[in-house]
Design a protein around this ligand. Structure first.
Ligand SMILES: [Zn+2]
Ligand SMILES: [Zn+2]
Length: 138
């Protein structure tokens, strides 16, 4: 990836000092990079630091899997979901699907896995969720 930042003659001549020019350049870089890399920066895993002038100052990239806590800076993008390991995310989804749904009224575990389709269940109330047999029979 190569990002080119264009500074105009006007910007160079009219920016009062090198520090501000540097800042301007950096802003342009992050703006360009955000445009270049697209909507992934809207992902919750990214923090965008926006200055008072409304320009992007920098982007915080945590490079850390939120599930196992491991460093993901060396992991290829294809194997990441945001900054989480793809494997960790899939495993977590699996575990979620394999836990029993809880009764929306009393909180007790029901007989149904989360992965069970609602059409296959008894005691599922549309719009609210699964009831246990005790609550359903009341
Ligand atoms: Zn992980
Ligand atoms: Zn219940």
């Amino acid at each position: 990836m190569s990002i080119k930042v264009t500074l105009t003659e006007k910007e160079i001549l009219e920016t009062p000092n090198d520090m501000m020019l540097g800042e301007l350049t950096r802003n342009k870089y992050w703006q360009a990079r955000r445009d270049h890399e697209g909507p992934q920066y809207d992902d919750e895993h990214f923090g965008i630091i926006i200055g008072e002038d409304g320009l992007v100052k920098s982007i915080v990239r945590p490079y850390r899997c939120s599930i196992c806590g491991g460093d993901t800076s060396e992991v290829e993008y294809d194997y990441l979901v945001g900054y989480d390991h793809l494997g960790c995310v899939l495993k977590q989804e699996d575990e979620n699907l394999n836990t029993l749904d809880k009764c929306v009224l009393c909180g007790k575990e029901t007989a149904y896995l989360r992965s069970t389709h609602v059409d296959m269940r008894i005691g599922y109330v549309e719009g609210s969720g699964q009831l246990c047999m005790d609550c359903y029979n009341k």
